[in-house]
Ligand binder design. Structure first.
Ligand code: SF4
Ligand code: SF4
Length: 421
């Protein structure tokens, strides 16, 4: 498949350019986990020869896209990995962990319930989740003191209150923008959704409509090779936003990438592909949207005491960096903020090791990848890390900033909302 304007030219010439950028290879030093190694393995092994080891090799990919960006022949190794995972029912059902994760993502109410259960989640899952399960680690993370759990999900709260539900209906009809919330901002950190709405109302004078039937973007399902599930989720979201023709803003970078890619899920269904295309043309990326809005405003942003002279690092989500090449807009947005100094990592941006289900399936390897970033981060004097990707944000909050006392990771919407007059 062609992505990022590159042309796949069919076969790998084994030049090794991709190896130099692959975070998994950098952490393991093992050729078998390189993009080149995966290309070689796929070309040599017939379907009947699929083994557990083969499945394990293709599970150790973050789908970050760095190799596709670097490959002189434009070979799309992440797409190859997804297609292999789709061939491997054994892989996608490799452990109970993935079963639970997919269930949670397909049924957001379960995710919401888990988050509200808070500390009880440890006990609930501790009994029947294997000791080596990455999800166990994730759920334990939810109950840590530094992880504030919401009383209810964002959309759940909108629905429960008659006044806001009525306002919501009005926004769907008369507002001029919709909001795709995403799982993190909906179920675990609704302050991201509230801050995004505040930014919208301050910069445009309107609140976004939030269709209540929207659901998970499907990225995790696709990463697990579950294209059918990804398609089902895409159809639910496409239908949810067909009530009007307004643009659709999302505050999550990874959701934005996945929502934009819906048309590729329907290559064999022309009618749905057209609907997916119309849907994706309406999408608005968070930093690009608010850079435009805030650049046009005078005096809307003011330095407050807590933010004054704050040093900030912007973390590039891989999907924005490699697949959509949106790296300057988020930085320009941060540079607009009064009193804020933007710092960069000494060797440039690095993957955080989250990679959707990767972090849950291979927590030790994810930690090694994270450690390389942590070492670079440790050389800076920043106190706040900003990133708009839900997965990266969780990774920073649960690992990196937790290890560096006095640091925190936030969504840019939450950070900027504090600077609004
Ligand atoms: S950069 Fe491309 S052609 Fe070169 S080894 Fe990697 S996948 Fe093969
Ligand atoms: S997508 Fe990322 S992790 Fe996967 S092979 Fe390519 S560079 Fe390595």
């Amino acid at each position: 498949m062609n992505k990022g304007g590159k042309n796949d030219e069919g076969f790998c010439v084994k030049c090794g350019t991709c190896n130099t950028v692959c975070p998994v290879f950098m952490a393991t030093g093992n050729e078998i986990y390189t993009p080149r190694g995966r290309q070689h393995l796929k070309s040599r092994i017939a379907k009947g020869e699929i083994s557990k080891h083969y499945a394990e090799i293709f599970s150790k990919c973050l789908l970050c896209g760095a190799c596709h960006e670097a490959c002189p022949r434009g070979l799309d190794t992440p797409e190859l990995v997804i297609s292999v995972r789709a061939e491997l029912p054994k892989l996608s059902g490799l452990s109970f962990l993935k079963y639970v994760t997919r269930k949670a993502l397909i049924h957001p109410s379960l995710l919401s319930g888990l988050s509200r259960a808070g500390a009880a989640a440890d006990a609930l899952f501790g009994e029947w989740l294997p000791q080596d399960s990455g999800l166990r680690l994730r759920l334990q993370g939810l109950s840590k003191k530094n992880f504030k759990l919401p009383a209810s999900g964002y959309i759940e709260k909108l629905k429960a209150d008659e006044t806001t539900a009525a306002e919501q209906q009005e926004s769907m009809l008369k507002g001029d923008i919709n909001f795709y919330v995403g799982c993190l901002a909906d179920h675990l950190q609704p302050e991201i959704a509230e801050a995004t709405q505040l930014l919208l109302s301050k910069t445009t004078g309107t609140k976004a409509g939030v269709p209540f039937t929207q659901t998970c973007c499907g990225m995790a399902a696709l990463a697990a090779g579950r294209k059918d599930e990804a398609r089902e989720l895409a159809q639910i979201n496409i239908m949810a936003f067909e009530e009007n023709d307004f643009p659709i803003l999302t505050s999550c970078s990874s959701c934005y990438y996945q929502l934009r890619s819906y048309k590729e899920l329907f290559a064999e269904e022309p009618e749905w592909q057209q609907r997916a295309l119309r849907f994706s043309e309406r999408l608005q990326e968070f930093s690009t949207y608010f850079l435009d809005k805030l650049s046009a405003e005078n005096g809307l942003l003011v330095p407050d005491e807590s933010a004054f002279r704050k040093k900030v690092l912007y973390h590039d989500p891989c999907h924005l960096r490699y697949k959509l090449h949106i790296t300057e807009e988020p930085r320009e947005l941060i540079r607009l903020l009064p009193g804020i100094e933007l710092q960069e990592l000494p060797d440039g941006p690095k993957c955080c090791g989250q990679g959707g289900l990767f972090q849950m399936a291979h927590p030790d390897l994810a930690r090694e990848i994270q450690a390389r970033l942590a070492a670079d981060f440790g050389t800076l004097t920043v106190k706040t890390v900003l990133t708009a990707c839900s997965g990266c944000l969780l990774q920073w909050q649960q690992g990196l900033t937790g290890e560096n006392k006095g640091c925190r990771a936030e969504h840019p919407a939450v950070f900027i909302a504090r600077l609004l007059r």
